[in-house]
Design a protein around this ligand. Structure first.
Ligand code: ZN
Length: 155
């Protein structure tokens, strides 16, 4: 099976150029054959990692979400060579840094009452995001966490 990178049309192996634009065709890699065309989600990086890496290192990729800093450290020690795990370590760190910053704001501005309450609400939202991330890892995905993905650090 071949496809045209311009028009995203698929052709038989016997075809050499695209019938639509006349451009050269590329082979479709084995793992993408038969796969239904997926809606491109810019926060979904699953395709960037090998299925082997994902299935081997799923357990380590979950740790940053489950065990916070301890999980990050274990994942760094145990699966540093796994791009999939490192992706989740980065996302986990993003969540953790955000939590620490929220905690600091709440502590410094404790006297305002409203800031600690707002921080507590944000913490709960972050906890929900961590659960979502955890289930993403369970299903072998590499998605950036919602909200947190917009933070300008640890890209
Ligand atoms: Zn074409």
């Amino acid at each position: 099976m071949k496809f045209c990178p311009n028009c995203h049309l698929s052709y038989d192996d016997s075809a050499n150029v695209c019938g639509q634009c006349g451009g050269p065709l590329q082979m479709i890699p084995e793992q993408f054959r038969q796969a239904p065309p997926q809606v491109l989600d810019p926060t979904d990086h699953t395709a960037e990692f090998s299925p082997q890496d994902i299935s081997d290192n799923k357990v380590f990729a979950m740790l940053p979400y489950l065990l916070s800093f301890i999980g990050v450290i274990i994942a760094l020690l145990a699966a540093q060579s796994s791009p999939y795990t490192m992706f989740h370590v980065r996302q986990g760190l993003k969540l953790l840094v955000t939590e620490v910053l929220l905690g600091l704001c709440a502590a410094i501005l404790a006297i305002t009452i409203i800031v600690p309450i707002a921080a507590a609400v944000c913490m709960m939202i972050l906890a929900v995001i961590e659960i979502i991330c955890f289930f993403n890892v369970c299903s072998g995905k590499a998605k950036e966490p919602p909200i947190v993905k917009n933070l300008p650090f640890l890209k």
